[in-house]
Design a binder for this molecule. Structure first.
Ligand SMILES: [Zn+2]
Length: 551
């Protein structure tokens, strides 16, 4: 009988995020990527999805190892949640990817680590598989595609990529390694398909500099840029523009500062002494001498940008002279919060430059049709398998591949959980796993079910506080005193808490007299102010349930 190898996507196809692919040969598994997905913000406190790994736990197969293609959350963000669930195995990634991943694992208190592999590290044996990391251009440094050799045939795992022939950081795609892989024969190319509908070639990252500089030259106030913090080449372009116009640079927001530090440590970013200033020093400089690189390009509540624009950031106020550049695209699903943010910026009289205004401040890291065709031509595979796209992108890729001469049976369009079985020269569908959505809490990393337990523990220990507020939607203020119900505290505590919370809530809301565009945020702020007050004064953490009635 013919030897067989299977591929099963556990995430990423067709849902773009939470990428994770199982390569299975006999009793052995090689995993590629371990990403996070982003859930619906209406699921309060439960904002993240991870791939369903039940199969890995129950199939009885041995996980020989894992390779991570690059340092984006949707390719490696699932590690701290998933690794503790699985037995030990080696995990490999290129330097920056490994650093990002290990930083995350440390943060979550997970002791496992990703091993660093240099691009010239050659072939790595993982059980019956052998893998080679190949440098490719994308929107985070050290992105790799992976050439995977198996006893049945060779695969080219081209997760996120574009062909940028003049990358800003000078780190070019290793085209010769791709052709070498191609010469060994490739059974199947798994390819990024996210921009398969976009005709042409994705522009080079380098084009951003010019747009940034001309906008910075016009700006008489603070120049703020928000972008994806892992796009180190983008951060470097902003820093270089600042240098040109004699502006100091300040990094604001946890993710930006964290990635900046990692990039500096690995030598991917250089900022001379005196060029960088910190938030608490800003008041010593004129606005026109400042560039702020700020987290929050997706309008996330509690991000630095959101708080600045909503008058909730002590050291930084937005003025009508300021320019705020969104060097990013809205991630689908975030449009509503971004629009609310843009509206708030407009109210301040500041200038916002975003993707609807100009296409010059952001380029995608994903290849358009010409990039995708070039990859097909370079790898010269027998079969193609679009991944990392929504269903319509997979179909667009299929149409593109057909024009390149691939027949229907050589184009694999499938979805998460579907096993695709390969023999030396053919493929067919195997079993279908039924995958469930697994939500995790961003902060604790616990699976959602355990919320119930946590709430019960808090109820038993410290009681419950229910706060019912009627809020005027036109100005965000209380219509009358909130109704506060406390259980599980002494009568004196109940009296004190009720009286003070009313005052605290009123104060918090009065700081932001404006039409309410985001009820979720209002609810959350009320919850937080109550929790803080009670903890400060009673050292208790009851379950606080804010109920907001929109009037
Ligand atoms: Zn990516």
């Amino acid at each position: 009988m013919d030897e067989k190898i299977s591929i099963i996507p556990l995430g990423g196809t067709p849902d773009v995020t939470k990428n994770m692919y199982v390569y299975e040969y006999k009793n052995e598994i090689l995993l590629v990527d371990c990403g996070l997905g982003f859930a619906d913000p209406s699921l309060l406190g439960v904002e993240l999805l991870i791939p369903d790994i039940s199969y890995l736990k129950t199939s009885g197969k041995k996980i020989a190892g894992m390779a991570i293609t690059h340092g984006h959350e949707d390719h490696m963000g699932g590690l701290p949640y998933i690794l503790p669930e699985l037995p030990d195995f080696p995990i490999y990634a290129t330097p920056l990817t490994a650093e990002f991943a290990n930083e995350k694992l440390k943060e979550f208190g997970v002791s496992k680590r990703v091993q660093k592999v240099n691009f010239d590290g050659g072939e790595i044996k993982i059980g019956n598989f052998s893998i080679t990391f190949i440098r490719i251009t994308h929107s985070v440094p050290d992105t790799s595609n992976i050439f995977i050799k198996t006893p049945v045939g060779n695969f080219f795992h081209a997760s996120d990529f574009k062909f940028d022939f003049s990358p800003y950081d000078g780190r070019k795609t290793e085209v010769e390694k791709i052709t070498k892989a191609s010469n060994e024969g490739i059974l199947c190319l798994l390819s990024d398909s996210l921009r398969a509908e976009t005709v042409g070639k994705t522009p080079s990252e380098s084009k951003i500099s010019h747009a940034l500089e001309s906008e910075m030259e016009k700006c008489t106030g603070k120049f703020l840029v928000t972008t994806y913090s892992s796009n180190i080449a983008r951060l470097n372009q902003i820093i270089n523009a600042a240098r040109k116009f004699n502006r100091k640079v300040c990094f604001v927001g946890r993710s930006v500062i964290k990635n900046k530090t990692i990039a500096e440590n690995l030598g991917y970013m250089k900022i001379e002494k005196g060029m960088e200033v910190f938030v608490d020093e800003l008041k010593r400089y004129k606005d026109s001498n400042l560039v702020l690189i700020v987290a929050g390009s997706q309008g996330q509540e509690n991000s630095a940008l959101y708080r600045m624009v909503n008058d909730d950031f002590k050291e930084i106020k937005i003025t009508s002279k300021d320019t705020i550049v969104f060097s990013s695209d809205p991630i689908p699903g975030n449009e509503i919060s971004i629009n609310a943010l843009l509206d708030s910026i407009a109210k301040k009289g500041a200038k916002a430059v975003h993707s609807d205004v100009s296409p010059d401040f952001h380029v995608s890291g994903h290849g358009a049709t010409e990039d995708l065709i070039l990859m097909m031509n370079l790898t010269h595979p027998k079969k193609v398998f679009p991944i990392g796209g929504n269903y319509r992108h997979l179909i667009a890729y299929k149409n593109l591949a057909k024009k390149q001469g691939f027949s229907d049976k050589d184009i694999i369009v499938t979805e998460n959980g579907q096993e695709v079985i390969f023999t030396k020269d053919d493929s067919y569908f195997g079993k279908k796993l039924s995958l469930k959505n697994v939500y995790v809490d961003e902060i604790s990393g616990e699976e959602v079910e355990s919320f119930v337990i946590r709430d019960r523990q808090r109820l038993a220990k410290d009681g419950v506080v229910i706060v019912m507020c009627e809020i005027d939607s036109t100005n965000g203020q209380l219509l009358e005193n909130p109704n506060i119900i406390v259980r599980g505290m002494s009568p004196q505590e109940i009296k004190d808490v009720s009286r003070h919370l009313i005052k605290e809530i009123r104060n918090t809301l009065s700081k932001k007299k404006q039409k309410v565009s985001d009820w979720w945020y209002v609810r959350k702020s009320i919850g937080q102010v109550c929790e803080k007050y009670i903890f400060r004064n009673l050292r208790k953490r009851p379950l606080v349930l804010p109920v907001v009635i929109e009037v």
